[in-house]
Each structure stands twice: as structure tokens, then as C-alpha cells.
Design a protein around this ligand. Structure first.
Ligand code: TYM
Length: 334
């Protein structure tokens, strides 16, 4: 039998998952778990860059785990693990660090953004974030990495570190990982409700999978729009485009067409558009929310899933790490 290609992706446990995480990443996970050898993990070590309180960390990991399962990631098909359960990843990251240069790390957009947003906490973990991420990926020799558009540069860095390791040691140990979307298109950037760009956990502009219907209605009704077009067929402002982008994820194409036509004819009523959008989002999230609650209440099951995941994750990671240590030249005296 042909060996299945390997897929890996992860999400940081820094807040409830939102529609950006779902459509940018998880929806791809679901289609991939059918055909590939998949590893999906919770990046709790990465989340330490923002210094979560110890008393909150476990609950956050548990929430994302329940959310993974509630979305349909199936532990019978994919390996689900928690990053800190697979310490081989951290050892590998140290080796990769030796070939990662300060200049290139400082130039990374995510580093520059974070350094701007948290000037009092520009720690070394933030700087070497892409190295740990490269380690996550290449330690399983993953070929495909389903992620949203915001992770493109990190993925580019992972390719660079895989390539560099191969070149330095004259081996072809690592494959260069590529992004993946289930429809073959570009990685997605799901916009937020404030008209200011991407939906994000810390931007205050997100709709979470775990939000209650009334919260979703409230958030969507408060979304930024404008006063409406005054000329036929005019270009949509960014805020309105964003609402249509969200609709494209959750609504019926026929319904979208009607709203587009009413926009072109200057007859659009944003209240109606938002009501429709809110109800269509609720149709997607309501069953997921119910399942999240079921998984949150089942510690035994979560324990079993993560124990098996940790074993499978470590088995795969330690195999690569042994090879890497040999390549580097480590030999035991005993
Ligand atoms: P994180 O936790 O910020 O986001 C998790 C996933 O959700 C995607 N995403 C979005 N996609 C489209 N539109 C949005 N508005 C949006 N917001 C978030 C992200 O692109 C990502 O796919 N560095 C990663 C975690 C990570 C990782 C890895 C990912 C650590 N190691 C190895 C892949 C492989 C992160 O912070 O994602």
C-alpha cells in the first residue's frame, strides 16, 4: 500500500476558536483527515510567549481540544496531541535555532507586529517563534500544512529551515512543507466585524464557535457598515465587502446574489443583510457549540484522546529526532 502523505497543523490555545480559525484552518483539517496521515496539535508552548496565567492555561487547552473534536476532527483518523506532550519538538527546535539567524528572525512580520503590540514583553520566544513552528512541522516530515493566510510567512521560514538543514549536512532529511486548501485556492483571510482586516482572537472583532446565538446576533448587528451606496453599481467599501466575504462562507449563494443585486440597485438594507448573516452563522455554530459542551463535560474521553495522541506524536517525532542527532554527529560513549 502507498504510504499516505503527512499533514500537520496547530492552533494556539489563546482564546475560543472563531470563524477565522474554522474556515481558515479547521475546515481543511476535516477534509484532509480522510485521505492523509494527519497530526493536529494544540500549540500550548507557543502560547507561552504571551505569558498566560498558570491557572488559565489548562482550561484553554481543554477548550481548544473540545473545539477540535466538536468541529469533527476524529481521533480515530487523525493524531491529536498537545505540543508540550511531545518534548522532542522542543529539542529539535534547539538544533534548528543554531541555523537560524537574528536578522531574518527580526524581519519576520509576525515578530515585528507582536513587538509593536507588546513592547514590554519582546521575549526570545517571540523572536524564535518561527523556529519552533518549523520544528512542529518538519519533525513529522509533514508535506502539507493547512493554515490561513496570516501563517504564510511562518511556513516560508519552515521551508527555509528544512532546506538549510539539508544543505548544511548534505542530506535530504526533510521535505519542504507546502500550504494546502481543500478547494486548491489561496489560503483564506477571514475578515473581522470591525472592518479593519482579519478576524483575530485578540482583536475584539471575532465571532466564536462557542458564542451563544444571542451574542452572535448582537455582534453581527453591531458590525461596521456605512450609509449605503448612492450611485448604481458603485464599488463596495471595505466594511461592506467584509460582510459579503463572511456571507460567502456561511450563506446560500442565491441569497448572496439577491443582496448583491440590491446593493447594485442602491436598495440594500444593511439591517436585513446582517440579520440574514447572523442566522446563517448560527446555523453553522449552534450544533458545534452543543458538541463543545458535551466534550467539555467528558474528561475521561479527553484524557484518552490526548494520551493516545501523545504516544503517536512522540513515536513519529522521536524517529526523526534520532535521525537528526545522528546526522548532527552526536554519538554516545556508553
Ligand atoms: P493561530 O492559533 O493564530 O491560528 C490558528 C489557525 O487559524 C488560522 N486563522 C485564520 N485563517 C483565516 N482568517 C483568519 N482571520 C484567521 N485567524 C486565524 C491561522 O492561519 C492558523 O492556521 N503559529 C500558529 C500555530 C502553529 C502552527 C504550527 C500552525 C504553531 N505551530 C505548525 C501550523 C503548523 C498560530 O499562531 O495560529
Amino acid at each position: 500500500m502507498k504510504k499516505k502523505d503527512i499533514v500537520l497543523s496547530g492552533i494556539r490555545p489563546t482564546g475560543n476558536l472563531h470563524l477565522g480559525n474554522y474556515y481558515g484552518a479547521i475546515r481543511n483539517f476535516l477534509s484532509m483527515q480522510e485521505d492523509y496521515n494527519c497530526f493536529f496539535f494544540i500549540a500550548d508552548v507557543h502560547s507561552l510567549t504571551t505569558h498566560p496565567k498558570p491557572e488559565n492555561l489548562h482550561a484553554r487547552v481543554k477548550q481548544v481540544l473540545a473545539e477540535y473534536l466538536a468541529c469533527g476532527i476524529d481521533p480515530e483518523k487523525a493524531t491529536i496531541y498537545i505540543q508540550s506532550d511531545v518534548p522532542e519538538v522542543l529539542e529539535m527546535a534547539i538544533y534548528l535555532n543554531m541555523n537560524a539567524y537574528l536578522g531574518e528572525l527580526e524581519r519576520t512580520t509576525t515578530f515585528k507586529d507582536k513587538a509593536r503590540k507588546q513592547p514590554n514583553n519582546v521575549n526570545a520566544g517571540l523572536l524564535t517563534y518561527p523556529v519552533l513552528m518549523a520544528s512542529d512541522i518538519i519533525i513529522h516530515k509533514a508535506k502539507y500544512v493547512p493554515v490561513g493566510k496570516d501563517q504564510e510567512q511562518n511556513l516560508e521560514m519552515a521551508r527555509k529551515y528544512a532546506r538549510r538543514f539539508n544543505n548544511i549536512y548534505g542530506v535530504d532529511e526533510f521535505v519542504e512543507p507546502q500550504d494546502f486548501t481543500f478547494d486548491g485556492g489561496e489560503p483564506l483571510k477571514v475578515p473581522g466585524l470591525d472592518g479593519s482586516g482579519k478576524m483575530g482572537k485578540s482583536e475584539g472583532n471575532a465571532i466564536n464557535l462557542f458564542d451563544e446565538p444571542k451574542e452572535i446576533r448582537k455582534k453581527v448587528m453591531h458590525a461596521v457598515t456605512d450609509s449605503g451606496p448612492s450611485k448604481m453599481n458603485s464599488e463596495m467599501p471595505e466594511t461592506v465587502k467584509n460582510l459579503f466575504s463572511l456571507m460567502k462562507l456561511v450563506s446560500d449563494p442565491e441569497v448572496i446574489k439577491q443582496f448583491e443585486e440590491s446593493y447594485a440597485k442602491c436598495e440594500i438594507r444593511y439591517g436585513d443583510l446582517k440579520k440574514q448573516l447572523a442566522e446563517d452563522i448560527i446555523d453553522v455554530t449552534k450544533p458545534i457549540r452543543a458538541r463543545i459542551n458535551e466534550y467539555l463535560a467528558d474528561d475521561n474521553y479527553l484524557g484518552r484522546v490526548t494520551k493516545i495522541g501523545a504516544e503517536k506524536g512522540r513515536e513519529s517525532a522521536s524517529k526523526t529526532l534520532d535521525e537528526v542527532k545522528k546526522i548532527i554527529g552526536f554519538k554516545r560513549f556508553y
